[in-house]
Design a protein around this ligand. Structure first.
Ligand code: SF4
Ligand code: SF4
Length: 79
C-alpha cells in the first residue's frame, strides 16, 4: 500500500513537470474561434470549444509557436 501511494505521487509530479515545459495562454476575450490555430498546430494541441480556442493537451505541445504566428487576433502566447 505504501509503495502504491509513492508511485501515484511520482506520476503526478512527472505530469506537472511536463506541463511546465510548455505554457500556453489563450486570451479568450480576443479569440474569434476562427480555428486557424487548431488546424495549424502540428501536434493537435488545440481544439475549439464554444467558439474559443482551448488547450486539449499541453503535454504534447512542442513550443513551435506556429499557433502564435497564425492567430489573426494575437491572442495566443506560448512560453
Ligand atoms: S506551440 Fe506549436 S505545438 Fe504548441 S500549441 Fe502552438 S502550434 Fe501547437
Ligand atoms: S487563431 Fe486565434 S482567433 Fe482563431 S481560434 Fe485560434 S486563438 Fe482564436
Amino acid at each position: 500500500m505504501g509503495l502504491r501511494s509513492l508511485f501515484k505521487r511520482d506520476k503526478s509530479k512527472q505530469k506537472t513537470e511536463a506541463a511546465e515545459d510548455c505554457h500556453i495562454d489563450i486570451n479568450a476575450d480576443d479569440c474569434g474561434g476562427c480555428e486557424k490555430c487548431a488546424i495549424a498546430c502540428p501536434n493537435n494541441v488545440l481544439i475549439i470549444v464554444d467558439d474559443v480556442s482551448t488547450v486539449r493537451d499541453a503535454q504534447v505541445c512542442k513550443s513551435c509557436k506556429v499557433c502564435m504566428a497564425i492567430c489573426p487576433n494575437d491572442c495566443i502566447t506560448v512560453n
